[in-house]
Design a protein around this ligand. Structure first.
Ligand code: T46
Length: 141
């Protein structure tokens, strides 16, 4: 996998126990491989529309780790200075979405399932959904 060059991100690899006949068992543990206490877990499925684009926002304080636990998609990251795209198709390798990181999810394969763990409960006030506002905020840092 390409190295992550944007700020406030990085790969998170989970232990994977593979049993040829009986499938895989993949484990994540708070404050061991997830760098925050998990307060919320959500998953996104039924992504039949390969032209849909999700995300298109950044967070003010929330930290998350995003996984593709089935299928594949393209994760776009933008820290305001650098941008990169990551092909997500490993069920045990997630990407940290730190604060002030604009992200998009697109080009979903059939049967794609995303799993996200988050450091806090849902608060719409934590979202930065306007790209120009995002650029202003990161530009002032
Ligand atoms: C993120 C990426 C990776 C809730 O009511 N509670 C929740 O916990 C979440 C996650 C969403 N919602 C509501 C808010 C919206 O009315 O569900 C609706 C769809 O959310 P959104 O358009 O933000 O979905 P995505 O897929 O663009 O973004 C989601 C997360 O919202 C976001 O935090 O970083 O996945």
């Amino acid at each position: 996998m390409d190295p992550i060059i944007v700020k406030n991100s990085g790969y998170i690899e989970l232990k994977k126990i593979q049993d040829e006949r009986d499938g895989n068992l993949i484990i994540m543990e708070t404050l061991k491989n997830i760098p925050f206490e998990i307060k919320r877990v959500y998953y996104i499925n039924n992504l039949e529309n390969s032209v849909s684009v999700r995300g298109k926002h950044a967070h003010r304080e929330l930290e998350q780790v995003i996984f593709c636990i089935s299928g594949s998609f393209i994760l776009g990251l933008d820290d305001g200075s650098q941008k990169q795209k990551i092909f997500m198709n490993k069920d045990n390798i997630g990407v940290l979405l730190g604060k002030h990181l604009w992200h998009t999810m697109e080009e979903f394969s059939s049967g794609c399932v995303l799993l996200v763990v988050a450091s806090d409960y849902y608060q719409e006030s934590d979202y930065i959904r306007d790209y120009n506002l995002f650029k202003n905020i990161v530009g002032q840092q």
